[in-house]
Write a protein that binds this ligand. Sequence first.
Ligand code: TXA
Ligand code: MG
Length: 330
Amino acid sequence: MQPLNNKTMPHLKTKIGTDIHVAAELLSANNVVAIPTETVYGLAGNIFSEKAIKRIFEVKQRPASNPLIVHVHQLEALNDIVKVIPAEAKILLDAFAPGPLTLLLPKKAAVSDWVTAGLQDVAIRIPDQKLTLALIAEAGFPLAAPSANPYTYISPTSAMHVFKMLDGRIPYILDGGSCRLGLESTIIGFERGKPTLYRKGAITIEEIEDKIGKIKLPVSQKIVAPGMHLKHYSPKTKLILSDDPETDIHKYGNLKVGLITYNAYSNLLPCEQQILLCQDDDFKVAGANLYGAMHLIDSMNYDMIIVRKFPETGIGLSINDRLNRAKAQR
Ligand code: TXA
Ligand code: MG
């Protein structure tokens, strides 16, 4: 596990539970709480509490220049947060909210620069997770929440992942079980009025384009959002992304290797050194299992993790995006 080294932080007793009243009370008192979503677990705080927002950055050890996503429980709540909703954004909200869709929209003054890192747009989404929707309604304010992992480490898809990474740093983890989708939301912004993809995610490009037509893809590697930073989602073990795992297993034959693959085991390694993300071609299942597999295999002290690259289509694009960043070394 990635050690957190900010010695000034108080050590808290971290509880795991399913009680939204406990979570809402803690949030109302400016604390941060881990929350389940259908994508990954988030590290949540009241967007109107500067103390809570600062604490999110502190717990995550994330630079303050990286903006946060604001989670609301219903469309009406957007009225307090954003100035306008472009027509394409309305179509997407209609199709995918609640769900793994994040939109970048012009913020109202009520949203502090702490949340948006000084940007004019705020990222918003309505998560499709019953407990968390009930929690936001009960709390009475939107929740800013990045993924609940230390900066650059693997995102959590279970309460236990969060506990292992943030035990002692936060008072409460709201347990909603394993995340259904397991990959972060797809982020769409409106650069010069044109729908633009900022992060590949649980909704595929095809699904988005089916609703609003062609979207712009990032043309360069220019970093406009931290999720676009090359190094992200990374295990501590060296990871390589492989078009041809069998060749790489041979190549690194002198090392103890763990393999993450799909469809079929390799004959070149014992099965217990391999994790199968899905049995057939349903790559949404593979996406849901990806981070869990990475957490597990990273705890096994291999010299190297080899991950079989996915076909560059549909959810395979989102999975490969995460793996390309995961392989960048610390
Ligand atoms: O599925 C998800 O989106 C999860 C769950 C918890 O909702 N959240 C998540 O948050 O992935 P985080 O902070 O790990 O990633 C959010 C990404 C970051 O890359 C951030 O830079 C980008 O969204 N972002 C947030 N606000 C932005 C803004 N105003 N403009 C551009 N990018 C923004
Ligand atoms: Mg994240």
